[in-house]
Design a protein around this ligand. Structure first.
Ligand SMILES: Cc1ncc(COP(=O)(O)O)c(C=O)c1O
Length: 408
């Protein structure tokens, strides 16, 4: 009886939820047939600048309660589609920053819309488990179908976490715990400062998109091996096929796999992969309330399917090369404004001469309908979704060229 009532409630909830979603994300033709929404043909800015008046008003309201200096603009997520973000003022921007590099398939991708409409997936949306203690029956299967199916070569253990910060901190904790077991006493005896692990990004992203050679990473691993220091590869920003390989560190041809690989952003769930040696011997050592989120794994399954079926890693390599070639051409044309074009897949960047000029370029670009991010002191950082195509590249360079041309 209880089951019957529950399933009726579930069905009714699913029905109204689905109807609302359908209305938002699909267009109905005159005969009632629903079609998937398509991307806008290009950017369109209708206010005199971005952020526009509605965004500014919301920012000042928000700033009563918290610092809102980091808010770029307020977003209309219902209207945003594919590679285009729509702000609350109705401006349509080609999004090459994608929620700080965290949207694998752009906005409202049809396969994800379909996924959340399935009743069995909605159960995960409604009930958020304390995953470390109360996982659902299908959790192991979901892990196997998602994160373990794309585990970095050689790593077959994984710990989910809620976000990238948790992933990096817990990865470091795992390293410290194993180090304590192995070497701490010996090091203390020598009165030195013990070093348990070394954490490095394949491309130092927030710090300015700084690249290092494969030889550098190989040498670093040799030092780690010689000194007994664990190597943590922080792939929070670089993982998920954007580099042209699923994991950016695969480009380095390391002698052996890193001890820990952290992930978040395009993998939707935070977490870290780790070696057998780092597996805690007791429960509750690496633990918090939610320890991740199964909903993210439900969605990740669809994301990974798209990446595989559409070979989006290859797309990132091709489109990334077009972006890098274009940036190099622009810096040759405007050497006073752009330099150091660099990239791996779509993880591309270029430097402005000063932070002020960088910020000015970003502001002017946004006012032309292209949203990009900064990093480091004066770098411009490109972080498109995996759905970025040559057509978007062409629109970007059209706007980018006219922006720097008007600043000469
Ligand atoms: C390389 C790297 N590690 C860790 C983090 C922190 O991740 P989160 O913001 O999900 O906590 C970020 C966020 O940008 C990052 O880029």
């Amino acid at each position: 009886m209880a089951m019957a009532i529950m399933s009726r409630i579930t069905c009714r909830a699913a029905f109204s939820f689905n109807t609302a979603l359908t209305r938002c994300l699909f267009n109905a033709t005159s005969d009632g047939h629903v079609t998937e929404r398509v991307e806008p043909p290009g950017p369109r800015v209708i206010t005199s600048e971005v952020p526009g008046p509605k965004s500014k008003q919301l920012s000042s309201r928000l700033s009563q309660y918290q610092n809102s200096d980091a808010v770029h603009f307020f977003v209309d997520y219902e209207q945003s589609q594919g590679n285009y973000v729509v702000d609350v003022d109705g401006n349509v921007l080609l999004d090459i920053f994608t929620q700080i590099a965290s949207l694998p398939l752009g906005y409202n991708h049809p396969s994800l819309v379909k996924a959340v409409k399935k009743t069995e997936n909605m159960i995960n949306l409604i009930n958020r488990p304390a995953l470390g203690s109360y996982p659902s029956a299908d959790f192991v299967e979901r892990l196997e179908a998602t994160l373990l199916s794309v585990a970095p070569p050689g790593l077959c253990h994984v710990q989910t976490m809620g976000c990238g910060t948790c992933a990096v901190e817990s990865g470091m904790k795992a390293v410290q715990m194993a180090y304590q077991v192995r070497d701490l006493i010996a090091t203390w005896e020598k009165n030195g400062d013990p070093v348990a692990g070394l954490c490095i990004e394949p491309i130092q992203s927030e710090g300015g998109d700084n690249h290092a050679s494969a030889t550098f990473f190989q040498g670093l691993q040799d030092i780690c091996d010689e000194t007994g220091v664990y190597m943590i590869m922080d792939e929070v920003q670089t993982g998920g096929a954007v580099s042209g390989k699923f994991w950016a560190h695969e480009h380095f041809h390391l002698k052996h796999f890193p001890d820990v690989v952290t992930f978040s952003k395009k993998l939707l769930s935070g977490g870290f992969y780790f070696t057998e040696e780092l597996k805690p011997k007791e429960g509750y050592r690496i633990y918090n309330t939610w320890v991740g989120d199964p909903v993210r794994l439900v969605l990740l399954e669809y994301v990974l399917k798209e990446i595989k079926e559409k070979d989006l890693a290859a797309n990132a390599e091709i489109v990334g090369q077009q972006l890098l070639n274009g940036l190099k051409a622009l810096q040759s044309e405007f050497p006073g404004l752009l330099k150091n074009a660099r990239g791996l897949g779509t993880l591309c960047a270029v430097d402005a001469p000063t932070p002020e000029i960088r910020d000015d370029i970003l502001k002017r670009l946004r006012n032309k309908g292209v949203h990009l991010g900064g990093c480091g002191a004066s770098s411009i950082r490109l972080r498109p979704s995996l759905m970025f195509t040559s057509q978007h590249v062409a629109i970007f360079f059209d706007k980018m060229r006219s922006t720097v041309a008007e600043m000469v």
